[in-house]
Design a protein around this ligand. Structure first.
Ligand SMILES: Cc1cc2nc3c(=O)[nH]c(=O)nc-3n(C[C@H](O)[C@H](O)[C@H](O)COP(=O)(O)OP(=O)(O)OC[C@H]3O[C@@H](n4cnc5c(N)ncnc54)[C@H](O)[C@@H]3O)c2cc1C
Length: 469
């Protein structure tokens, strides 16, 4: 895979011109084709070259989305749904041009069923907006990618975050969707029942489909009760391997940890500088437990014993909300903290995930590999899931650096796959990982292509992503 390996598409100029005219007429000021709008809807944190859409529609309803899709389908022009643009693998590039559908104005909560612990929302609402809305209900939505992403984008990328070790990922927390298909009509994938054996599981097909099979117009989510007590803290370890071994033991012993995050010494240095902390610069675990006074105390004590066994520092924990919030804010800002180590360089965020028993081995080999490359490349991970990221800071304009970064990510992926892992635990494939998906699931790819062709025969939905047709 080449880092510059963005897919060049062929443009249907006539169709695009017709669509732009019709959308302007239909949506007035809610349709924009100025350069800055087009750039905003492609520019993300990715290292890959942006490929701009030709225009942007700010939709306000499912009917709007249906209308856009119908116009685009009639002229075989691509449609690229846009949540908040925080995806990391050039998911929003428009290799064949087309129309970006911006969901920021479709951000309403449609219903909350507190007695059933679920809610239905429009896709443009962000996870923080949703949790602010839910605050008075005693419920919360636990999935928390580091960015304040939209629920539609999170469903489309099958996102997760620090809480996934306890609450699962988007695949576990989406009960139902409404989706606009290639004919511009809306389908509903399921009702609100907690379980169902009714036909193919279309909900899980669309979750993680990255906008390539249809456009999500509402999402029904499971909610959780806000825990009575939350306790958490951190502790340093003499080596990354020791920290990983402590994570493995915690998971294998079935301690129901809510969050267990790994930061290597360079990531801690970055967090200290960026978030004005003074943590000891060593491999560190950030941990959180959810429950009652008794269960949080018990789990913390059990975890402290494991820490001691692997030579870690004393595990200090607190139930003080402000103290915990400061730590987790620093953790959520880890990406920006790492970028701030060398603002002049580009960042390439990797995302492998391995079975938990292989975590220590995979992380230790990767750290040795980083040392050989000479790159500044902090490691941070949702270690309880076996998922970790390396943010490689490299000079995107130096061919030598590009080749070196490419070789590193390729080795990392091959290492994870050789351990029965995956090239992406949560960020998705987009354009950046197309060749790695082919490496990971060669026999499944023809089935994925057949599904794509069946649901989107003219390849209008976010073309050039996940695989090459
Ligand atoms: C600092 C930082 C930290 C991050 N941490 C994490 C993390 O911990 N865990 C994690 O999983 N990810 C993480 N990410 C990646 C990113 O936040 C997730 O991929 C997120 O789910 C993207 O949501 P979004 O709203 O920004 O979607 P966008 O980037 O706007 O879109 C992502 C994809 O979803 C599609 N899409 C968007 N809306 C719809 C819709 N309504 N219907 C159909 N398709 C749609 C788009 O076409 C695109 O393919 C991080 C990113 C950053 C910048």
């Amino acid at each position: 895979m080449a880092l510059k390996d963005v897919i060049a598409g062929s443009r249907n100029e006539e169709g695009i011109a017709a669509v732009l005219g019709m959308l302007k007429q239909q949506f007035g000021d809610r349709f924009q084709k100025g350069q800055s709008f087009r750039e905003q809807h492609t520019h993300t944190t990715t290292y890959l070259t942006p490929q701009l859409p030709d225009g942007v529609v700010f939709v306000e309803s499912s009917a709007d989305v249906g209308a856009v899709v119908k116009v685009c389908a009639a002229h075989r022009v691509p449609v690229i749904p846009f949540g908040t643009g925080s995806s990391l693998e050039a998911h929003l590039n428009a290799p064949s041009g087309g129309v970006s559908i911006d969901f920021s104005r479709m951000n309403r909560v449609l219903s909350v069923n507190a007695e059933d612990l679920d809610c239905t929302v429009e896709p443009g609402i962000t996870r923080e907006e949703l949790n602010t809305y839910l605050r008075d209900t005693g419920l919360f939505f636990p999935i928390d990618p580091g960015a304040n992403a939209s629920i539609g984008g999170m469903a489309a990328t099958r996102a997760s975050g620090t809480n996934a070790v306890r609450y699962g990922t988007m695949k576990d927390n989406v009960l139902a969707l409404t989706v606009i298909g290639a004919d511009g009509e809306e389908i509903r994938t399921a009702h609100r029942a907690r379980k169902s054996a009714a036909g193919y599981d279309l909900t899980r097909l669309y979750v993680g489909s990255e906008g390539t099979l249809g456009v999500i117009t509402s999402v029904t989510l499971k909610l959780q009760g806000i825990p009575e007590k939350i306790g958490g803290g951190l502790c340093g370890f003499p080596s990354l391997k020791a920290a990983c071994d402590a994570v493995i033991m915690t998971i294998q012993m079935g301690i129901p940890v809510a969050r267990i995050e790994l930061l290597d010494e360079m990531q801690i240095r970055a967090c200290n500088l960026y978030s004005k902390l003074s943590l000891s610069e060593q491999p560190t675990l950030f941990v959180e437990f959810h429950g009652t006074d008794e269960t949080v105390a018990l789990q913390s004590a059990q975890f402290a014993e494991i820490v001691t066994e692997f030579g870690g520092d004393e595990f200090r924990w607190t139930v003080d909300a402000a103290e915990r919030a400061q730590l987790w804010k620093a953790r959520h800002n880890a990406y920006w903290a790492s970028r701030a180590l060398a603002p002049e360089l580009s960042g390439l965020s990797t995302d492998v995930c391995v079975p938990i028993s292989r975590l220590a081995e995979c992380v230790a080999e990767t750290q040795a590999d980083i040392a050989e490359t000479g790159f500044l490349a902090p490691i941070v991970g949702h270690a309880g899931d076996g998922n970790f990221h390396v943010l490689v800071l490299f000079d995107n304009k130096s061919p030598e650096d590009v080749v070196k970064a490419e070789a590193f990510t390729s080795r990392l992926t091959t290492r994870a796959l050789s351990m029965d892992g995956t090239c992406t635990g949560e960020h998705g494939i987009g354009q950046g990982k197309i060749s790695y998906l082919a490496q990971e699931l060669p026999t499944a790819l023809p089935v994925m292509r057949a599904i794509k062709r069946g649901l989107d025969p003219d390849d209008i939905f976010n073309p050039g992503k996940i695989f090459r047709l």
